[in-house]
Design a protein around this ligand. Structure first.
Ligand code: GTP
Ligand code: MG
Length: 285
């Protein structure tokens, strides 16, 4: 019996090490250059990406840090093509992977398999007739909990979701830590915090804690610099698309401001008023 347990635990450890090695080697590719997440994306199941896009991943690439390309795109009549890196963070088991799977692959499973390190997915949005948006979603393991690796993962992100589980009060208590970890490790090119939306996930279950009081949630979000909050359910597909839309709108807003100011030759700076305006746009269901 004891031998069986030992053998099983050795096998689990081996499996864990193998997965970690795989993850490190993926990151080795990824972390060497900020342009390379595409090579990692090729290894993940990205159903909405066409073969042509895979062969030519940087074609028309544009992100908030890439002012020259953005400028060039704005002055031409070609459709605008944006690539935005979005982080999905929060405690273990809050539903980050499930939210991404629901959003990208339209799929949900009750089966829980903890993410190790980081995973990736790509969502292509035909925003309007002139705008194509590629969201590069970085699904960061809850067990990374404000650790040393998060600084590397957060690099060049332009938006984030922080997820908590409405059935577990302690996962909400960690939200403030996740937010301050995020704000201390990544900023927009102008130094402002990146837009961040708070997701109260598993709203198909019995809720507990602050989430039962939407007014308090509004206050919490205003005080802590969230651009919006949503009750979501990856299981029942509640508010996932809406939350993503709200984050993308905010990112586009920042992107336009930055690019307009770059075009004018001004140094972009976020005024106090606009920071407050960000905090006012809340959304709940
Ligand atoms: P880590 O990778 O460990 O950080 O966890 P995670 O945040 O990625 O959580 P994951 O998506 O793996 O979900 C954890 C468990 O919660 C799984 O059993 C999911 O099926 C379940 N779950 C996720 N979202 C929902 C939801 O909206 N409703 C319900 N009822 N269960 C959910
Ligand atoms: Mg996960």
């Amino acid at each position: 019996m004891l031998d069986d347990v030992r053998r099983l635990s050795r096998r689990t450890r081996r499996e864990r090490n193998r997965r970690r090695d795989r993850y490190l080697s993926l990151n080795g590719v990824n972390l060497k250059t900020s342009e390379s997440p595409w090579s990692v994306l090729r290894t993940s199941s990205v159903e909405s990406l066409s073969q042509k896009e895979l062969k030519n991943p940087t074609n028309g690439r544009r992100d908030m840090g890439n002012k020259t390309t953005s400028n060039a795109n704005q002055s031409s009549s070609k459709p605008k093509d944006h690539l935005y890196k979005i982080l999905v963070i929060g405690d273990l088991g809050t539903g980050k992977t499930s939210i991404i799977k629901r959003y990208v692959h339209r799929f949900f499973t009750q089966h829980y398999r903890a993410t190790i390190g980081v995973d990736f997915a790509l969502k292509v949005l035909h925003w309007d007739e002139n705008t194509l948006i590629r969201l590069q979603l970085w699904d960061i393991a809850g067990q990374e909990r404000y650790g040393n690796m998060t600084r590397v993962y957060y690099k060049e992100a332009v938006g984030a979701f922080i997820v908590f589980d409405v059935t577990r009060r302690n996962t909400f208590e960690s939200v403030t830590n996740w937010k301050s970890d995020l704000d201390s490790k990544v900023q927009l090119p102008n130094g402002a915090p990146i837009p961040c939306v708070l997701l109260a996930n598993k709203c198909d279950q019995q809720e507990e804690g602050i989430i039962t009081n939407p007014g308090k949630m509004d206050d919490y979000c205003a005080e802590n610099g969230f651009t919006a909050w949503f009750e979501t359910s990856a299981r029942d597909n509640i508010n996932i698309d809406e939350a993503a839309k709200s984050l993308v709108e905010k990112i586009l807003e920042f992107d336009n401001v930055i690019n307009n100011d770059v075009r004018k030759g001004d140094q972009f700076s976020l005024t106090k008023d606009s920071t407050q305006a960000n905090g006012r746009k809340f959304c709940s269901c």
